[in-house]
Design a protein around this ligand. Sequence first.
Ligand code: CUA
Length: 337
Amino acid sequence: MVRKLVAAVSIAVLSAVLAAGPAFAAPGGIGPPTPETPSGEAISRLYWIVLGLCAIVFVLVETALIVFIVRFRHRRDTPEDAEGPQIHGNTRLEIIWTAIPAIILAALAIFTFTQIPAVQAQGVSDEERLTVRVEAHQFYWEYRYPSGAVTVNTLYLPVDEPVELRLTGMDVIHSWWVPSLTGKMDAIPGRINTLRFVPQATGDFEGVCAELCGVQHAFMPTTVTVLDRDEYESTLAAQQQPLALGQATWEGACATCHGLEGQGDVGPAIAGNGTLTNPEGLRDLLLTGQNTPQFDYYMPPVGRGWPQKQFDALSAYIESNEALSTAPATTTTGGGG
Ligand code: CUA
């Protein structure tokens, strides 16, 4: 019996280790990436404790399963129609196997609640937080700062300062997820969701859109660039220069579907298109999008919510970029949508 038990436990542990190998070898392993905020640390802590408890339960249950399969299997010397012992309940055993999971779940719930203040970076007054509005679009992120600054796809933050993101969706539901900073949060049209955290290290932190939002969902990344206060101010100011803002807007809002050179991708080729160089017409198109039966493609209203300076910056950038503003030299028309 003891030998069988040892064999069963060995098989269960070996299987768990074999299964864990590829999981740990995957990019980033099976755990969250290295946390760079107290919120991320709390999420990581919670993750590893839940995983550890589940792993213990998994090994115990699988061991019992293997032991019972081996021990109570059909043997050659027992007749086919032999009946097992007739058992009518075991109150003590049933109380035990109900109480133990209940205690484990209660402990997990209590521990989870103790981590919430850390995850939400509580304990800071609203005035102390830098509040950035995050507007999720098909298929880019627009960041609006209290100073009126705007950035596209890259969020600039000062290190060691509490931040509050106020997320909303401008067309469909998206989800903002930069796992080394904090948990993910949906950006939903018509409502504001908040995310609070304190970045503790400078550097670039990568994130993605984590809610299927349309054809270019997989190409909707974001970067959070955390800088020292001075560098943050100067970089953000530099990004407000019309050509810089225009370029970021072109690359985020236009190129994701139309290609970096306007050569066409999931959206039609638009390099040299008359609307591109007509600021008024371009603004109208960006605000209303394109959703008519004559065209077999749908264009989201990507300019919804932009300040006028962003339309101006985009037009200035297109004007400055010959590949975009002049019609292609070849007589062949670019591919359609
Ligand atoms: Cu936006 Cu997926």
